[in-house]
Design a protein around this ligand. Structure first.
Ligand code: ATP
Ligand code: MG
Length: 566
């Protein structure tokens, strides 16, 4: 392969900035803009400048190499997609406001692909006819579009972003498990090579459907995901996926339920205070509406309901909060005094903490009245147990009981065993060994390629700026010419030598920029090794600096070339 030409900063289409962009909330956003890697084009829509494009291409290359290594075949599907396949799987509607929908000149409906399960399923339906064509893994590295509600975190959450998405097609469940395992191992290699600190955690499938799913999370303050981590065993899960077994208790000794007058106690706080009991002894019942029907959600009074979990449980049906009009239409639902006992035509879902046999103080369905000794399974039935509470630091590990730790992280990858959801919807069969059609089982697997760049910036930056791991850095070495003609001459000379030896070189040959600014910029830009042609340039001596440790040493040009190419 031809050596990359030396990149001169005097000609680079990028300016470093002294100040953080005014709208930047997260570190990666600030630094990537300030160091001249990206520019904002519109909310959640970004332009990659030369340095940024190089880092992005390095991430792409690593992802591509590891996908190819598991036998995946690269393809490129369109991003502009017809409505019909998404209509067939229900996602045209289910995707809601996140989907970019548009029309062509004839009024036909189209979308900008947020993820491509449907189109890959149809591709395989078109191309594969028998069991001999499977298993197969296909992937693409492509721009995705999602109209994110809050595209505030810079490159971390774009409305247009780069994703590697792959899809596996197998005949049997064992085959799917194997394809999933191949991806899991490939992802471990990818994130190790990228130099990301990451965890693999259990996840929920969400709108994607299917069964087993895990996320690759990069711990970082800026992350929008929270995961629970057990300090004692190897349990780790996205808080959305922390689930407990139902543990019924013996409630037979609890006296009969009885109403108690509790005037002026419509909230858990007022109730607990007036009765002198902890909030955890009370049962809170949140009313929501799902597909027009009232649903009550029961959780202990000291816990919050995680609406995301309620939504996930009922997806794709939408969950709404009840309104004044709903209360007006249902006089039996007494606001602030709802209890699950004697509720009519209301589906009741409850957290597993409201296990059969547990006794509660809860609303008596009458104004200013509560009921005590209300026992689950005796005085009321739970239609479905669903983990709906917001997980808190210190909640017991579902596996070993130790208090969980909560950490913030960035989701950089997600792998799913989809099963036959998409194959069923789009009727993907191949001829099996016995000559009969067999329905195909699928997996889908994503890496946030552009997000990984920002995640790396988040994890590796220090107070001076970006600080890239070698394999993704935009250059191998950043040569700085302190300023005088002689220094610039030496800097360009050593740059050519390093380039000839196969290194990717960025050289700061800008005229009229002070050495101080150049040093600061070299630290902001974050190439791992910085070589300065400065004070002793006349003697042919340069200074080599490690960007991360700040360690410096003086070397002759020849020594520097040998050292850097070792
Ligand atoms: P999130 O929960 O962060 O919205 P997701 O569950 O919607 O992510 P997937 O549909 O699994 O994400 O997409 C695969 C990968 O694409 C994610 O793991 C993430 O790394 C990346 N990704 C998703 N949404 C965005 C976005 N808006 N901007 C950049 N990368 C994204
Ligand atoms: Mg999303």
């Amino acid at each position: 392969m031809a050596n990359a030409p030396v990149q001169r900063m005097s000609q680079l289409m990028a300016k470093t900035l002294r100040d953080d962009p005014a709208d930047a909330e997260v570190l990666s956003h600030k630094l990537l803009v300030r160091a001249g890697y990206v520019r904002r084009t519109a909310a959640g829509i970004w332009t990659w400048l030369p340095l940024g494009k190089k880092v992005l291409a390095n991430v792409e290359r690593i992802v591509r190499e590891e996908m190819d290594a598991i036998g995946a075949q690269e393809v490129l599907l369109p991003a502009l997609l017809p409505r019909e396949p998404y209509e067939a799987t229900g996602r045209w509607d289910e995707y809601g406001a996140e989907l970019f929908r548009l029309q062509d000149r004839k009024g036909g409906d189209y979308l900008l692909g947020p993820t491509h399960e449907e189109i890959f399923t149809l591709l395989v339906k078109d191309q594969a006819s028998s069991y001999k064509d499977l298993p197969v893994i296909l992937y693409q590295i492509q721009t995705k579009f999602r109209d994110e509600a809050r595209p505030r975190a810079g490159i971390l959450r774009g409305r247009e972003f780069l994703m590697k998405d792959s899809y596996s097609f197998d005949l049997e469940d064992e085959g799917l498990a194997q394809s999933y395992a191949l991806h899991r191992a490939a992802y471990q290699k990818i994130f190790e090579r990228l130099g990301l600190d990451y965890r693999i955690v259990a996840a929920t499938a969400g709108a994607m459907g299917g069964s087993k799913s895990e996320e690759f999370l990069a711990p970082a303050e800026a992350g929008e995901d929270t995961f629970a981590d057990c300090p004692n065993c190897d349990f780790a899960a996205n808080t959305e996926a922390v689930a407990y077994d139902l543990k019924p208790v013996d409630g037979s000794a609890v006296p009969a339920a009885e109403d108690i007058p509790t005037p002026g106690t419509p909230t858990i706080e007022t109730l607990a205070a007036s009765l002198g009991v902890p909030a955890s002894a009370t049962l809170k019942n949140l009313l929501v509406k799902v597909a027009g029907e009232i649903v009550a959600v029961g959780v202990p009074g000291d816990r919050e309901v995680d609406m995301g979990k309620v939504e996930a449980h009922f997806a794709p049906a939408a969950v709404e909060l009840v309104t004044e009009a709903d209360f007006a239409a249902r006089p039996d639902l007494v606001r602030g005094y709802v209890g699950p006992q004697g509720l009519d035509k209301v589906t009741y879902i409850a957290d597993p903490r409201v296990a059969p046999g547990t006794a509660w103080i809860t609303g008596a369905n009458k104004a200013d009245t509560h009921a005590k000794n209300v026992v689950a399974g005796r005085d009321f039935e739970v239609d479905a147990y669903v983990d709906v509470v917001v997980v808190q630091e210190g909640d017991p590990c579902p596996r070993c009981g130790t208090g969980l730790r909560l950490d913030r992280a960035i989701e950089i990858g997600h792998i799913f065993q989809l099963g036959r959801k998409y194959a069923d919807a789009l009727k993907l069969d191949v001829l099996g060994r016995e000559g009969k059609p067999v329905r195909v089982t699928m997996g889908s697997y994503g890496v946030g390629v552009s997000r990984a760049v920002a995640a790396l910036a988040e994890q590796t930056a220090d107070d001076k700026g970006l600080c890239w791991p070698a394999e993704v850095a935009p250059a191998d070495v950043h040569v700085v010419a302190a300023g005088k003609a002689l220094q610039t001459e030496l800097a360009l000379d050593v740059s050519e030598k390093l380039s000839a030896a196969g290194l990717r070189v960025l050289v700061d040959d800008r005229a009229g920029v002070s050495p101080g600014v150049k040093f600061t910029d070299s630290e902001l830009i974050g190439v791992p090794r910085i070589l300065v042609a400065g004070r002793r340039a006349a003697e042919g001596i340069v200074e080599l600096k490690d960007r991360r440790t700040g360690e410096r040493e003086e070397l002759t040009v020849e020594e520097a070339v040998t050292r850097l190419t070792a």
